[in-house]
Structures are given as C-alpha cells and as structure tokens.
Design a protein. Structure first.
Length: 289
C-alpha cells in the first residue's frame, strides 16, 4: 500500500492505492501560495490551513497502514523563502519530508500519470494548470511557465466580476507568458489536475462533481469561451454556488479558464481531453515499482 501526496500552490491531494485497488483520493483547497507572488513567502494562515489538511492525510495513511509514502511540493514551495520551516511542519504531519520538484519534473510526472506510463508516438501534449505554474509536456520534453490560476488572479483579476479591461489584460498576460512555448506539432491535448477537471465538470453541467463522468470528456475552445463569459459575469460568491465546483476554487477558476484557453491557442488545437489521472498516479506508480 502506498500513499502519494501533492502539495500544490492551491490544493493538497492524496492518493492511497495498492496498484490494483484505489482506496481513495482526497483533495482540499488550502490556498498555500496565496500572496507568494508579491511576498516570496508562504503566509502563516495559509501554512496553518495546509498543515491541518496534511495532518489529516497523515492520519488517513496511518489508519490504512500505508508504508511507502511520498509527498511532492511544487510551484509555491519552489518560490518560498520560508520553505524549510514549512517542510519541517509538513514532515511531522505526513510522516515523510516533502520532496521539492522542479517544473520539469512536475511536467514529467503529469505526463506519466495521464498516459499511464505508455509511450505515445502520436503528437500528444499533456497540460497541467496549477495555481502557480502551467506545464506543457510531450514524450520528448517539457516546458514549465510560472503562471497559473492563483498567480493570474493576483496579477490581473483582483475583482470579480472583472472589468473588461482587466479580463483583456489577463488574456494578454497569459498569451505573452506562453509566447515562447514550443512543443512541436500537437494532435491531441490532454488536460490534467484540478483546473482542467473543474472546467470539464462545469462544461458538462453536472449536478455534482463526478470523477467518472469527467474523465475522458472533451472541452472545446468554444466551450471554454462560454465558461469564461459566464464566470466573468459572476461574483466569487455566485461562482461558489456552481454545483460541480469546489467552492474553495471559486476565487481562481476564472483565471484558470483564461489560462486553459491560452494553452489551446498557444499550441493551436481546438479542444482538450480531460483526464483524472495525473502526477499522483505517477508518484504512486513509482513507489509501487
């Protein structure tokens, strides 16, 4: 039995599996990286929320006799000057010290998880939109760009509903960030992790989030534009009432949709296939191996 933990900029995730039977997946939005773009530090209240969740994850793994466990930490932790202090607390909560991974390693894991570690000869691109960074990865290489749903919200979308000028500025900012991304020809785009899966669930109009229904669904560029238009007309409080959306994602999901649209535009494809398999699956597979 293994446990894989992803300490992201916005959400904390846990997968427990024996490689055949998945005992469970858990996700909690804690906003760990809120404000880090401006301060370079993890805020005390964000650390407190995160350690509380990681403590529950540690208890879940203990209760299920998880021996091999690994926690990876991504964009917010990479940027934090107080990272070591946070890692000390996280280690006490989880029973294992987090491993800080680079953007390239994050991209590699996202690709392996989304493709079940199979080698794809077709021009396939995996996109992982996090709170602090966005990864573009193919079987031949990867690009990590330091813009995600939290960073874009704080830089360009501070008010909800946003003004037309702020929304336009957000679109332009992301496209400028992605201008240098060159991943070669792309036939199939696979979107993984919370932003993509949340957008997929909203596009389906689900009465509640359903992982099985979201997995494999197709999100078109037109569908994304409809989502951006709808989200841009709503306050955070109104967004939080969307049935299939975790209310804690409400402050940043508009920015996530803008980033997703820019991903499609930057690589020249008209749709994304949503996958529920991602970095957690790759970390678990490596632990099992």
């Amino acid at each position: 039995m293994v446990g894989a933990v992803d300490i992201g900029t916005n959400s904390m995730r846990l997968l427990i599996t024996d490689g055949v039977v998945e005992l469970g997946r858990w996700v909690e939005v804690t906003g760990l990286g809120s404000g880090i773009d401006a301060t370079g530090r993890l805020a005390d209240d964000a650390i407190g929320r995160t350690i509380s969740v990681l403590g529950r994850y540690g208890a879940l793994m203990d209760d299920r006799n998880v021996g091999a466990r690994k926690a990876i930490a991504t964009s917010a932790s990479r940027d934090a000057s107080n990272r070591d202090s946070f890692f000390d607390q996280a280690e006490a909560a989880l029973g294992v010290r987090p491993t800080l991974i680079t953007g390239d390693e994050e991209a590699r894991l996202a690709y392996l998880g989304a493709t079940s570690e199979e080698v794809n000869d077709q021009p396939l691109l995996v996109s992982d939109i996090g709170g602090g960074s966005t990864e573009f990865v193919t079987s031949h290489g990867s690009v990590s760009v330091d813009i995600g749903s939290v960073r874009l919200t704080e830089r360009a979308l501070p008010e909800r509903p946003p003004s037309e000028d702020n929304l336009s500025a957000a679109r332009e900012l992301v496209l400028a960030q992605f201008a240098g991304v060159d991943v070669g020809p792309v036939m199939t785009l696979v979107g993984v992790a919370g932003t993509w899966t949340s957008l997929g669930a909203m596009a389906l109009g689900l009465p509640s989030y359903d992982r099985d229904l979201v997995h494999g669904t197709t999100l078109t560029r037109d569908g994304l534009e409809d989502l951006i238009g709808n989200l841009a007309s709503m306050s955070v409080e109104e967004t939080a009432t969307i049935p299939s959306l975790d209310p804690k994602r409400a402050p940043v999901i508009l920015a996530g949709a803008v980033v997703a649209a820019a991903v499609l535009d930057s690589v020249g494809v008209g749709e994304a296939t949503i996958s529920e398999r991602d970095t957690l699956d790759a970390v678990a597979a490596e632990l099992l191996a």
